[in-house]
Design a binder for this molecule. Sequence first.
Ligand code: SAM
Length: 299
Amino acid sequence: MLVDRFNRRITNLRISVTDRCNLSCFYCHKEGQFCNTGIEMSPEEISEIAKAFRELGVKKVKITGGEPLLRRDIVEIVEMLPEFDEVSMTTNGILLDKYAFDLKDAGLSRVNISLDSLNPSKYKNLTGGEFKKVISGIETAVQAELTPIKLNMVVMKGINDDEVQEMIEFTSRFNRRGINVILQIIELLKLPNLEDYYFDIGLIENEVAKKAEDFRVRAMHHRRQYYLNGTAVEFVRPMDNTEFCYNCNRIRVTTDGKIKACLLRDDNLIDVKGLRGEELKKKIFEAVGLREPYFSGGD
Ligand code: SAM
């Protein structure tokens, strides 16, 4: 079992499989990998790392990027993962039409799909992508039963902060069809140059909380999930949030095979690319030993 110095048990693994992307979202945090190395791990290397974490008690794995569906061998990558309680992927959805069914057959449990706007021209301006391809990708994911699907909406001041209600309604329509779709309202990480777009999603949360018939607190980051007429709306608020950090049970692996203890730090990476067995596990324990809450409430 992996437990860090702050008594946080590591149960979730997030592996980036590429830093290439087919969109150009100006706000992208790139999973904390700001220098593209051009190095990608092979399916075998990814599988070896996932296996070691699985044997050490990690329950869920998420494949991310860049855009994971740009990897031509993405189905093989998923197929070669060991069995976890959940294997998920976060994607912009543009290529889901092509891959959803094969990914399901390969063992993918569910997807998160990024969707910041329901306005096609705004979506195009924000991301450079075609809105109708994402919508079609969502429908294909529904048909392939990659559910529950989570729609990820990053809220940005003056850009899409007025679209939350519409997004809740869009999500509810799936639930009324009996399809489990959850809306994740995500706070913008204040990277340099993004301060002007920061929007306090606590304001949205207060409004949703008033109307909700029920709510629960998830173990992961103590995220709050509210139910509106049966539709779940979850809030992801990492900024300056000590509660978020003290309940973080996630660890990351970068595209070039380095264990990353925290999204917001890259000064304590541990290289594990190509390692196997006990040597790999030793490095995993070393990386876990370096974990500390980014927002700790101290000075
Ligand atoms: N391309 C995939 C996708 O679109 O989901 C995976 C990579 S993307 C970096 C993963 C998630 O990070 C997306 O849901 C995206 O909305 C979120 N994200 C990107 N930049 C962010 C930022 N500055 N603040 C908060 N979330 C962000």
